[in-house]
Design a protein around this ligand. Structure first.
Ligand SMILES: [Zn+2]
Length: 260
Protein backbone atom coordinates (compact mmCIF):
# COMPACT_ATOMS: atom_id res chain seq x y z
CA UNK A 1 0.00 0.00 0.00
CA UNK A 2 1.35 3.42 -0.89
CA UNK A 3 0.26 6.48 1.08
CA UNK A 4 0.70 9.92 -0.44
CA UNK A 5 0.76 13.31 1.27
CA UNK A 6 -2.46 14.16 3.15
CA UNK A 7 -5.33 15.67 1.20
CA UNK A 8 -6.89 18.76 2.72
CA UNK A 9 -10.58 19.58 2.76
CA UNK A 10 -12.71 22.24 4.43
CA UNK A 11 -15.63 21.29 6.69
CA UNK A 12 -18.86 22.76 5.31
CA UNK A 13 -20.25 23.12 8.85
CA UNK A 14 -17.47 25.00 10.70
CA UNK A 15 -15.11 25.89 7.80
CA UNK A 16 -12.26 24.14 9.65
CA UNK A 17 -9.64 22.25 7.66
CA UNK A 18 -9.21 18.52 7.95
CA UNK A 19 -6.99 15.86 6.44
CA UNK A 20 -7.90 12.81 4.45
CA UNK A 21 -5.44 9.92 4.04
CA UNK A 22 -4.18 9.83 0.48
CA UNK A 23 -4.14 6.15 -0.48
CA UNK A 24 -2.41 5.88 -3.83
CA UNK A 25 -2.31 2.13 -4.28
CA UNK A 26 -3.47 -0.98 -2.46
CA UNK A 27 -3.08 -4.70 -2.78
CA UNK A 28 -5.02 -7.64 -1.44
CA UNK A 29 -2.19 -10.05 -0.59
CA UNK A 30 -3.17 -12.28 2.28
CA UNK A 31 -6.67 -10.87 2.26
CA UNK A 32 -9.71 -12.76 3.46
CA UNK A 33 -13.16 -12.17 2.04
CA UNK A 34 -16.14 -12.92 4.28
CA UNK A 35 -19.65 -14.00 3.44
CA UNK A 36 -21.05 -10.54 4.29
CA UNK A 37 -18.77 -9.09 1.59
CA UNK A 38 -16.23 -7.57 3.98
CA UNK A 39 -12.68 -7.92 2.75
CA UNK A 40 -10.26 -8.03 5.66
CA UNK A 41 -7.04 -6.82 4.08
CA UNK A 42 -4.45 -4.75 5.90
CA UNK A 43 -3.09 -3.45 2.59
CA UNK A 44 -6.51 -2.52 1.24
CA UNK A 45 -8.35 -0.40 3.80
CA UNK A 46 -12.02 0.37 3.29
CA UNK A 47 -12.54 4.01 2.33
CA UNK A 48 -14.69 6.21 4.55
CA UNK A 49 -17.51 8.09 2.88
CA UNK A 50 -19.23 9.47 5.98
CA UNK A 51 -16.67 11.06 8.29
CA UNK A 52 -16.71 13.21 11.43
CA UNK A 53 -15.17 16.69 11.50
CA UNK A 54 -12.30 16.73 14.04
CA UNK A 55 -13.24 20.32 15.01
CA UNK A 56 -17.02 20.56 15.23
CA UNK A 57 -17.90 16.81 15.13
CA UNK A 58 -20.38 17.32 12.30
CA UNK A 59 -21.01 14.24 10.18
CA UNK A 60 -19.85 14.97 6.64
CA UNK A 61 -19.97 13.17 3.29
CA UNK A 62 -16.34 13.54 2.46
CA UNK A 63 -16.70 13.98 -1.29
CA UNK A 64 -19.06 16.91 -0.70
CA UNK A 65 -16.49 18.88 1.31
CA UNK A 66 -14.43 21.48 -0.51
CA UNK A 67 -11.13 20.02 -1.68
CA UNK A 68 -8.14 22.34 -1.33
CA UNK A 69 -5.18 20.25 -2.40
CA UNK A 70 -2.48 18.08 -0.94
CA UNK A 71 0.58 18.82 1.13
CA UNK A 72 4.06 17.78 0.00
CA UNK A 73 5.43 14.35 0.92
CA UNK A 74 7.47 15.45 3.92
CA UNK A 75 4.81 17.69 5.35
CA UNK A 76 3.51 17.59 8.89
CA UNK A 77 0.94 20.15 9.97
CA UNK A 78 3.00 21.37 12.93
CA UNK A 79 5.88 22.17 10.61
CA UNK A 80 4.15 24.80 8.55
CA UNK A 81 6.39 27.77 8.15
CA UNK A 82 4.80 30.70 6.33
CA UNK A 83 8.20 31.34 4.68
CA UNK A 84 7.92 27.97 2.97
CA UNK A 85 4.59 28.99 1.61
CA UNK A 86 6.15 32.13 0.20
CA UNK A 87 8.88 30.03 -1.35
CA UNK A 88 6.36 27.81 -3.06
CA UNK A 89 7.38 24.66 -1.23
CA UNK A 90 3.84 23.41 -1.04
CA UNK A 91 1.84 21.56 -3.61
CA UNK A 92 -1.15 23.55 -2.40
CA UNK A 93 -1.40 26.76 -4.32
CA UNK A 94 0.14 29.38 -2.01
CA UNK A 95 -2.72 31.71 -2.93
CA UNK A 96 -5.03 29.25 -1.22
CA UNK A 97 -2.95 29.11 1.93
CA UNK A 98 -4.73 29.99 5.07
CA UNK A 99 -2.86 30.09 8.42
CA UNK A 100 -5.70 27.96 9.77
CA UNK A 101 -4.25 25.05 7.80
CA UNK A 102 -1.99 24.63 10.80
CA UNK A 103 -5.03 23.30 12.59
CA UNK A 104 -5.80 20.63 10.03
CA UNK A 105 -6.32 17.29 11.74
CA UNK A 106 -7.30 13.96 10.29
CA UNK A 107 -11.03 13.39 10.17
CA UNK A 108 -12.54 10.94 12.64
CA UNK A 109 -14.33 7.76 11.61
CA UNK A 110 -17.86 7.65 13.04
CA UNK A 111 -18.54 4.83 15.49
CA UNK A 112 -21.21 2.22 14.85
CA UNK A 113 -23.51 3.96 17.35
CA UNK A 114 -22.99 7.27 15.57
CA UNK A 115 -23.78 5.72 12.20
CA UNK A 116 -26.99 4.29 13.65
CA UNK A 117 -27.89 7.75 14.93
CA UNK A 118 -27.42 9.16 11.42
CA UNK A 119 -29.57 6.35 9.99
CA UNK A 120 -32.30 6.96 12.56
CA UNK A 121 -32.61 10.56 11.46
CA UNK A 122 -33.55 9.26 8.01
CA UNK A 123 -33.80 11.44 4.93
CA UNK A 124 -30.82 9.83 3.26
CA UNK A 125 -30.66 9.06 -0.45
CA UNK A 126 -30.79 5.32 -1.07
CA UNK A 127 -27.13 4.96 -2.05
CA UNK A 128 -25.97 6.64 1.16
CA UNK A 129 -28.36 4.66 3.34
CA UNK A 130 -27.19 1.47 1.67
CA UNK A 131 -23.54 2.38 2.23
CA UNK A 132 -24.08 3.05 5.93
CA UNK A 133 -26.19 -0.06 6.48
CA UNK A 134 -23.47 -2.22 4.92
CA UNK A 135 -20.90 -0.48 7.12
CA UNK A 136 -22.71 -1.20 10.36
CA UNK A 137 -23.53 -4.73 9.23
CA UNK A 138 -19.81 -5.32 8.76
CA UNK A 139 -18.73 -3.62 11.96
CA UNK A 140 -21.27 -5.52 14.06
CA UNK A 141 -20.08 -8.78 12.49
CA UNK A 142 -16.46 -8.01 13.41
CA UNK A 143 -16.70 -9.57 16.85
CA UNK A 144 -17.83 -12.86 15.25
CA UNK A 145 -15.01 -12.52 12.71
CA UNK A 146 -12.35 -12.05 15.38
CA UNK A 147 -13.70 -14.94 17.46
CA UNK A 148 -13.80 -17.16 14.36
CA UNK A 149 -10.28 -16.20 13.31
CA UNK A 150 -9.00 -16.98 16.80
CA UNK A 151 -10.59 -20.41 16.64
CA UNK A 152 -13.18 -19.75 19.33
CA UNK A 153 -16.51 -21.54 19.08
CA UNK A 154 -18.27 -18.58 20.63
CA UNK A 155 -18.30 -16.65 17.36
CA UNK A 156 -21.86 -17.96 17.31
CA UNK A 157 -23.31 -14.75 18.71
CA UNK A 158 -27.02 -14.32 17.88
CA UNK A 159 -28.00 -11.17 15.98
CA UNK A 160 -29.13 -8.30 18.19
CA UNK A 161 -32.45 -6.59 17.40
CA UNK A 162 -30.48 -3.65 16.08
CA UNK A 163 -28.50 -5.86 13.71
CA UNK A 164 -31.47 -7.78 12.38
CA UNK A 165 -33.44 -4.52 11.91
CA UNK A 166 -30.51 -3.08 9.99
CA UNK A 167 -30.03 -5.98 7.59
CA UNK A 168 -33.79 -6.24 6.98
CA UNK A 169 -33.76 -2.60 5.89
CA UNK A 170 -30.65 -3.22 3.80
CA UNK A 171 -32.36 -6.17 2.10
CA UNK A 172 -35.04 -3.77 0.84
CA UNK A 173 -32.37 -1.50 -0.68
CA UNK A 174 -30.70 -4.23 -2.73
CA UNK A 175 -31.37 -4.95 -6.37
CA UNK A 176 -32.49 -8.53 -7.04
CA UNK A 177 -31.44 -8.29 -10.70
CA UNK A 178 -27.77 -7.77 -9.81
CA UNK A 179 -25.80 -10.93 -9.08
CA UNK A 180 -23.68 -9.42 -6.33
CA UNK A 181 -26.72 -7.86 -4.68
CA UNK A 182 -28.52 -11.20 -4.90
CA UNK A 183 -25.64 -12.88 -3.03
CA UNK A 184 -25.87 -10.19 -0.35
CA UNK A 185 -29.64 -10.76 -0.14
CA UNK A 186 -29.04 -14.51 0.29
CA UNK A 187 -26.44 -13.83 2.97
CA UNK A 188 -28.85 -11.53 4.82
CA UNK A 189 -31.57 -14.22 4.76
CA UNK A 190 -29.05 -16.81 5.96
CA UNK A 191 -27.89 -14.60 8.84
CA UNK A 192 -31.55 -14.07 9.75
CA UNK A 193 -31.97 -17.88 9.85
CA UNK A 194 -34.33 -17.89 6.85
CA UNK A 195 -32.46 -20.70 5.12
CA UNK A 196 -35.07 -21.64 2.49
CA UNK A 197 -35.36 -18.05 1.28
CA UNK A 198 -31.58 -17.80 1.24
CA UNK A 199 -31.29 -20.93 -0.88
CA UNK A 200 -33.82 -19.69 -3.43
CA UNK A 201 -31.85 -16.49 -3.93
CA UNK A 202 -28.78 -18.51 -4.87
CA UNK A 203 -30.50 -20.42 -7.66
CA UNK A 204 -29.45 -19.71 -11.21
CA UNK A 205 -26.08 -19.08 -12.81
CA UNK A 206 -23.51 -16.73 -11.31
CA UNK A 207 -20.33 -15.45 -12.96
CA UNK A 208 -17.26 -17.54 -12.25
CA UNK A 209 -15.64 -14.93 -10.00
CA UNK A 210 -18.59 -15.26 -7.61
CA UNK A 211 -18.53 -19.07 -7.53
CA UNK A 212 -16.70 -19.38 -4.23
CA UNK A 213 -18.95 -16.90 -2.45
CA UNK A 214 -22.02 -18.78 -3.65
CA UNK A 215 -20.67 -22.24 -2.79
CA UNK A 216 -19.53 -21.14 0.68
CA UNK A 217 -22.91 -19.61 1.51
CA UNK A 218 -24.74 -22.67 0.14
CA UNK A 219 -22.66 -24.98 2.35
CA UNK A 220 -23.50 -22.88 5.39
CA UNK A 221 -27.19 -22.95 4.47
CA UNK A 222 -27.03 -26.77 4.29
CA UNK A 223 -25.50 -26.77 7.77
CA UNK A 224 -28.22 -24.33 8.99
CA UNK A 225 -25.39 -22.08 10.11
CA UNK A 226 -26.42 -18.39 10.26
CA UNK A 227 -23.06 -16.88 11.25
CA UNK A 228 -20.64 -14.84 9.14
CA UNK A 229 -17.76 -16.97 7.84
CA UNK A 230 -14.74 -16.67 5.56
CA UNK A 231 -15.32 -17.47 1.91
CA UNK A 232 -13.54 -20.72 1.15
CA UNK A 233 -11.28 -20.54 -1.87
CA UNK A 234 -9.73 -23.90 -2.82
CA UNK A 235 -5.90 -23.97 -2.75
CA UNK A 236 -4.46 -22.79 -6.05
CA UNK A 237 -7.71 -21.20 -7.17
CA UNK A 238 -7.08 -17.74 -5.77
CA UNK A 239 -4.39 -16.74 -8.21
CA UNK A 240 -6.42 -17.67 -11.25
CA UNK A 241 -9.39 -15.92 -9.71
CA UNK A 242 -7.48 -12.70 -9.11
CA UNK A 243 -5.93 -12.68 -12.55
CA UNK A 244 -9.28 -13.11 -14.12
CA UNK A 245 -10.95 -10.16 -12.51
CA UNK A 246 -9.16 -7.23 -11.00
CA UNK A 247 -12.35 -6.14 -9.31
CA UNK A 248 -12.24 -9.13 -7.01
CA UNK A 249 -11.50 -6.99 -3.96
CA UNK A 250 -14.64 -4.97 -4.45
CA UNK A 251 -17.08 -7.83 -4.93
CA UNK A 252 -19.58 -6.35 -2.53
CA UNK A 253 -17.86 -3.10 -1.75
CA UNK A 254 -20.42 -0.34 -2.03
CA UNK A 255 -18.09 2.62 -1.52
CA UNK A 256 -19.15 4.98 -4.26
CA UNK A 257 -17.55 8.27 -3.20
CA UNK A 258 -16.17 10.21 -6.15
CA UNK A 259 -12.44 10.31 -6.63
CA UNK A 260 -10.91 13.73 -6.92
ZN1 LIG B 1 -16.44 21.11 11.27
Amino acid sequence: MRIGPPLIRRCSACQGFFEETNIQSTNTFGACLWTDGRLMASMCPVGDWLVKCPHCEAFLWIDEQEYLGEFPDDFYPDDIDPDDIENGNFILDPDDFDPELKNAEHYETPSTDEIFSVLEKGELPENKERHLRVRVWWSENNERRYMFADGFDDHEIPLSDRESGNIKRLFGLLDHSGEEDRIMMAEIKRELGEFEAAKELLEGPFPRRLTFAVSTIKDLIDKQDPFVAPIIVPPGAEREWNDEDEDVEVIYDVFVGDED
